[in-house]
Design a protein around this ligand. Sequence first.
Ligand SMILES: Cc1cc2nc3c(=O)[nH]c(=O)nc-3n(C[C@H](O)[C@H](O)[C@H](O)COP(=O)(O)OP(=O)(O)OC[C@H]3O[C@@H](n4cnc5c(N)ncnc54)[C@H](O)[C@@H]3O)c2cc1C
Length: 419
Amino acid sequence: MSKRILIVGTGVIGLCTAYYAMKRGHRVTLMDRAPADHSGCSTGNAGMIVPSHFIPLAAPGMVGLGLRMMFNPESPFSLRPRASTDLLEWVWKFFQACTPNHVLRSAPLLRDLGMASRSCFEQIADDASATFLFEKRGLLMLCKTASTLRHESATAIQAHKLGMPAEILSPEEAARLNPGLQMRVAGAVYFPLDGHLCPEQFLRSLTRTLQRAGVEFLWETEAESWIHQGRRLTAVQTQRGVKQADEFVIAAGAWSPTLVRELGLHLPMQAGKGYSITLPAPRQIPCVPSILTEARVAVTPMGSRLRFGGTMEIAGHDPSVNHSRVRGMIRSIPDYFPGFTEADFRNQPVWSGLRPCSPDGLPYVGRAGIFENLSIAAGHAMLGLSLGPVTGRLVTELISGETPSISLDPLSPNRHARP
Ligand SMILES: Cc1cc2nc3c(=O)[nH]c(=O)nc-3n(C[C@H](O)[C@H](O)[C@H](O)COP(=O)(O)OP(=O)(O)OC[C@H]3O[C@@H](n4cnc5c(N)ncnc54)[C@H](O)[C@@H]3O)c2cc1C
């Protein structure tokens, strides 16, 4: 049965949900408070589609690593202390989730979601109206030191156990994948199933496809409050009036918790700020994307451009650029790629985005609270692009009255509900 679906948020999660809902024959409206150029976290990200990232952000060792990095102003991680019970609760829940058991339970799920999403990207790219390129060249985890390489090799062994290919490479083998690029590393782990794309191109392509299919876009329209009758939402109130629908999906990224608070829903989430710089004419261009493992910098070729992305700052919803962190990111690049200098990045614009981070490293996908026609699709942290399409497909299955093809129980938005 065709339903009226209202989706709040036109980031990658909202657009992908709209895509699958439209394909299923639903009548879809997308609403965003931003203008039509997509200003959320989904534009300037590193563009990696990474089923290899099956270890959740909350994992053993992360608390110690975070504490060590916090006091270095140029390190890739920081947490700005502030008097906030939400922040305290998030930190406590993150700490509780950093266990081997949590990783053991989450890794097969993240693998399944990642692999299913990769197939979805292939399917969307085959759509006649698609105008983006999905490149399948894998991902190199480049390691400067032997100890990092040993640690990454352990992840490769875990990947094998989960049925995912991964190869441990010598510096020479890694160099063969990137002809013409100078590299100085101790070795690398190669994940051949990973892919990449230009996120802006992907969002533009999807937006055009949806517009051509008759999906309604309400730009510069902020969802402010809700109207409901018992257990059913009937409409969302905006500054431009009321919008009714049969089903409501919150895909508002790092701002989702505020939007559902008045409905009594508690979604612990912190914004994790990251930056990217895109060189329009780089000195050298790698063929295969990589992560500079110790520096936690992602490097992605996007046509003739080269994007560097990194840092994770837990500092509220402030989008301003912290130049010390950006300097730290830039300084690390010549350590791995000696063909680049810090001067290459001078005067290049810095993009910032707020990742929606749940405390256990798993997104919130599913029905929310007591409301039978409200779904949440948010909290994907560092994996929002990778998991966008599968999230859209699963939410569409849910609102179409089907049993989701991957169990959503571990992703329930109600998992942190207060008694
Ligand atoms: C530096 C960096 C690199 C990254 N690299 C990768 C990568 O390589 N691969 C990967 O998978 N992920 C990556 N990510 C993560 C990814 O970008 C995010 O997980 C993803 O973009 C989140 O998408 P979203 O749709 O949930 O949120 P957003 O893109 O933030 O979209 C939310 C939208 O909701 C709108 N909104 C909010 N509140 C309201 C309201 N009340 N009314 C109306 N509209 C509202 C906002 O305006 C916004 O447009 C990276 C992130 C960063 C910062």
